[in-house]
Design a protein around this ligand. Structure first.
Ligand SMILES: NC(=O)C1=CN([C@@H]2O[C@H](COP(=O)(O)OP(=O)(O)OC[C@H]3O[C@@H](n4cnc5c(N)ncnc54)[C@H](OP(=O)(O)O)[C@@H]3O)[C@@H](O)[C@H]2O)C=CC1
Ligand SMILES: O=C(O)CCC(=O)C(=O)O
Length: 417
């Protein structure tokens, strides 16, 4: 039966089906992995600044907890749906297994436009959400973190609300917190740093240096901006960047530090003086060595995949490529570093943050970054070794690596299929 290419959960299932067949996964485990183990839907009444009440819908999904507590971000966006959160939760299961941290997969979301909420409204919404999902989260159950539309301040409200309910300060309940509340050095830039690490590895596979390589980045939020900055600092030439409102280009290379200052005031890359305007629709097909989609799902599709001119795609976003686009990119010789490998930097440093909280002993930034390089280069090598072993592409290679590790944990725990 044909799948809905833009349904993120069906897109995840399509890749899982291919990987399971190639790996020879038994039917029982396949059925377990095809559905989340728990989905919670909550209604969130919030008093708005204008005196009216709004009722928002929120979700928390736990896909699989065989390897440890569920782990995954909270997304605030108008396009959040249950199926999207189910996909994001499953991808977290696979990511944590690919990078071999002892977590399962979870994800949360609230249907809202965070740019139209005041700080007070966002705080009340977050507190109500955490109160509602309180029974299924916790340091040993499910540990949230930031995703699109949420940040360190949101995580501070998560910590405070949970702590008020359990009557003690419990900072290991959430990661991506402010440093002064038990956050980890290096977490804010970790997803971007992971993109730098995997981009370097991918270029090395092609026998090319990262220094001097041209880069285009879609999205200039937490992930895109940090990836652009770190790639720029590593000597790559970031020539094009977009956000929702516009795109800019400079063939000689954008001054990312100046662009960050511009965005801090203008809230968009558009209008940046050190660049020319670019049609945002052409960002993904801009002629570059490395393309970093770091915005949202379903950006590289059957409609534009053949026009992609990058040699390497490093997927900062979750699910930026539809299943139909996969074979087109492969046919055009594009090396895709899949999301469940490329963007694991965030959850890896979240794991380090959780470990530090539980130890009560905090690491220097250098230690965090060195450990991140170690975890991610291992994950990259393991993914490509699996890809070669099964004679497949890196996305399916990453799925096989992950499902093998999760299946092994399930079998140890007594799931004898
Ligand atoms: N935060 C994290 O640690 C992790 C995030 N991810 C994934 O990375 C992606 C980005 O997350 P994050 O950076 O945290 O989110 P943010 O909300 O911080 O930023 C999202 C960025 O994407 C831009 N954007 C959204 N849609 C489009 C579009 N169609 N075209 C161009 N730009 C667009 C936004 O533009 P504007 O500023 O104009 O709104 C914004 O710049 C998501 O898929 C997320 O799930 C993956 C791993 C970890
Ligand atoms: O840091 C984390 O725990 C998870 C971040 C996240 O939501 C993701 O990797 O998609």
């Amino acid at each position: 039966m044909p799948i809905d290419q833009t349904n993120a959960f069906e897109a995840m299932q399509a890749r899982l089906r291919v990987a399971s067949q190639l790996y020879g996964l038994d039917d029982a485990l396949f059925k377990v992995f095809m559905a989340p183990s728990r989905s919670m839907i909550v209604s969130l009444p919030v008093l708005m600044d204008n005196g009216h009440w709004e009722v928002f819908t929120g979700y928390r999904v736990q896909h699989n907890v065989a390897r440890g507590p569920a782990k995954g971000g909270i997304r605030y966006d108008l396009n959040v749906t249950l199926d999207e959160v189910k996909a994001l939760a499953a991808w977290m299961t696979w990511k944590c297994a690919v990078v071999d941290v002892p977590f399962g997969g979870g994800k949360g979301g609230i249907v809202c436009d965070p740019t139209r909420l005041s700080l007070g409204e966002k705080e009340r919404l977050t507190r109500r959400y955490i109160a509602e999902i309180m029974d299924i989260i916790g340091p040993d159950r499910d540990v949230p973190a930031p995703d699109m539309g949420t940040d360190a301040q949101t995580m501070a409200w998560v910590l405070d609300t949970y702590s008020m309910h359990v009557r003690r300060t419990e900072n290991a309940v959430v990661t991506g917190k402010p440093l002064g509340l038990g956050g980890s050095l290096g977490r804010a830039e970790a997803t971007g740093r992971g993109i730098l690490i995997t981009a370097r590895e991918a270029m090395q596979r092609l026998g090319k240096p990262l220094a001097g390589a041209t880069v285009a980045v879609q999205g200039f939020g937490n992930v895109g901006s940090q990836a652009a900055r770190l790639l720029h600092e590593a000597g790559a030439r970031v020539v094009a960047i977009s956000d929702i409102q516009g795109a800019v280009k400079n063939d000689r290379g954008l001054d990312i530090h100046a662009l960050l200052k511009h965005v801090a005031e203008a809230r968009t890359v558009a209008g940046f003086r050190g660049a020319e305007p670019l049609d945002p629709k052409t960002l993904l097909t801009h002629p570059v060595d490395i393309l970093v989609p770091a915005a949202s799902e379903n950006q590289i599709t059957e409609a534009n995949a053949a026009q992609v001119r990058a040699k390497v795609i490093v997927e900062g976003a979750n699910g930026p490529t539809t299943p139909e686009a996969d074979p087109i990119l492969l046919e055009h010789g594009v090396l895709v570093v899949p999301d469940i490998l490329a963007n694991v930097g965030g959850v890896t440093v979240s794991y380090f943050e959780w470990v530090q909280n539980r130890q009560g002993f905090y690491w220097r930034e250098r230690e965090v970054n060195e450990r991140l390089v170690d975890y991610m280069t291992h994950a990259f090598q393991a993914t490509f070794a699996t890809t070669d072993k099964y004679k497949t592409n890196p996305r399916i290679g990453a799925y096989i690596l992950a499902l093998d590790r999760v299946a092994q944990a399930m079998r140890y725990r007594g799931f004898y299929a």
